[in-house]
Design a protein around this ligand. Structure first.
Ligand code: BG6
Ligand code: MG
Length: 225
């Protein structure tokens, strides 16, 4: 296998469980519009950008509206969301993540972020882990959403590492697709049933060791396209 020189992390659902706050705010918005949607439907919003998420929700509710009204509603949802995530502390960082980041740093493996969120920098700052990330690519500096690999490829480029020498950690199926399309190793964080197309799936970062992961990946067929 190729040597791993960089790890690029998705944010929501990998570093911190913000999905519950996204769900709460989107649901509040849907309820104001007179409909509701389920947790199962919410799964489909993972990794999907803000406006595209709203478009899906409106479709589920059978609501049609113009672009300007959608922008207003997305901004309203974001205000509620930001209010909730603004109260998070580093206790909400997912289990094992900080130890793993420490290990990467000690081993001089480069660390990047690849997220669809426009709130990535304030969230990392709030959680007091922004300093780990040499490069942050997020919804403010990419134009194409996952499964397009843009966010990860730009991250690898800024880290000056070839995509084939990177691992991407993702909780969203579309995020795994993006990493694979980018020619990177994809590690799914979550359930095998949802993320089985990744090179490897971990339930979380608890007790994860970089060398062990690298040797697991070395048994895989290499880059899936
Ligand atoms: C992704 C989340 O990381 O970011 C999505 O999984 C979210 O649920 C998207 O819609 C955009 O986030 P934000 O913070 O810019 O609204
Ligand atoms: Mg995610």
């Amino acid at each position: 296998m190729k040597k791993i020189s960089a790890c690029i992390f998705d944010l929501d659902g990998v570093i911190v469980d913000t999905a519950k706050y996204h769900f709460k705010a989107w649901r509040r918005l849907a309820n104001e519009l007179g409909f509701d949607f389920t947790e199962k439907e919410n799964e489909k919003l993972k990794g999907v950008g803000r406006i595209d998420s709203l478009k899906l929700i409106l479709k589920w509710g059978g609501v049609k509206m113009d672009e300007a009204s959608m922008q207003t509603l997305a901004a309203k949802k974001n205000e509620w969301y930001v209010e909730d995530v603004g109260k998070m502390t580093s206790d909400e960082i997912m289990i094992g993540v900080v130890d793993f980041l420490d290990e990467l740093q000690a081993k001089k493996i480069k660390i990047g972020l690849g997220s669809a969120s426009k709130n990535a920098v304030p969230i990392l700052t709030q959680l007091e882990i922004k300093h780990y990330f040499e490069v942050i690519m997020d919804g403010t500096n990419v134009t194409k959403g996952k499964p397009d690999p843009e966010v990860f490829l730009k991250g690898a480029e800024r880290l000056k590492i070839d995509p084939s020498n990177c691992i991407v950690f993702e909780d969203a199926s579309k995020g795994v697709d993006a990493a694979l399309k980018g020619g990177m190793y994809a590690v799914g964080v979550g359930k095998e049933a949802d993320l089985g197309h990744a090179h490897h799936v971990i339930p979380d970062f608890k007790d994860l060791k970089f060398d062990a992961l690298e040797s697991i990946l070395s048994t895989k067929e290499g880059i899936k396209q």
